[in-house]
Design a binder for this molecule. Sequence first.
Ligand code: GLV
Length: 312
Amino acid sequence: MPVSQPHLIIATARSTETARWAQEFRNAYPDWKVDEVVPGQPSTGATYAVVWQPDPILFQQEPDLRATFNLGAGVDAVAGSIPAGMPLYRLEDAGMAEQMAEYALYGVLRAVGRFTPYEEQARKGTWKAYRPIDRRQWPVAVLGLGAIGSKIAQVIASLGYPVQGWSRRLREADFPCYAGDQGLKDCVSASRILVNALPLTAQTEGLINRELLSHLQPGGFLINVARGGHLVDADVVEALQSGHLSGALLDAFTQEPLPADHPYWGIASVMVTPHISGITVRDLALEQIGSRIVLLQQGKPASGQVDHTLGY
Ligand code: GLV
């Protein structure tokens, strides 16, 4: 019996985005049926959902779904509403890891002041050279060693900065790795720059708080490429105001856009960016999701499946 073609439903938080992804899937896979979510409509009979921050009603509306594909790396916006037995896949790297490594490296360059004096001097026409950065003074902790965190750690380590990583499960890498509660303290205590690339789960929410920051070496720098929910903002602000943190490069926030009256905007040593550290590369996402659907259609396993109990 011939296997029927995949039937997709696209569901994002914005109808224009939903329509754009739907068109791109139709163009890439012309034989597949691709619907766009319309809240409250009867079931389309779709067997695969492709989502970004979908309305949770989707999962009641579409009882025939066999799997859901997230259009990003972090699944926190869908993990809470997806039915327990439904396979959920997230993007793995898909062009985001190198963007995020570049972003984190930019944070490191800001932290160490690699170009800071020259920006000022170039405007004034001053020719004055400084000694090279002593990288040993700027050890870096990378929290989260998935596809993204590992890439960040590798890129920064390749430039001679001492790097250590922390993850839930102990990893093997070319740099020292830590795991567990004590491991987290040890990893951060050995560092002056903290890069957060963790998934947001019940275990990691609020992890970057006063206590953890107190272990970071004085004059430290925080780089957040993950989620706002990892940070206790009041504690970060306090650490910045006291000078324990010399600055921060922050890309994700509990409320986005970051409200105009948020204290981060007013702190000169903080650079806020509008959640751009790793933007989904559309062609690569289409390719990655499409090839996984083909595997599932053939009854084969596909990578990137989220463990519902871990939340990533
Ligand atoms: C972006 O934030 C993502 O999770 O891909």
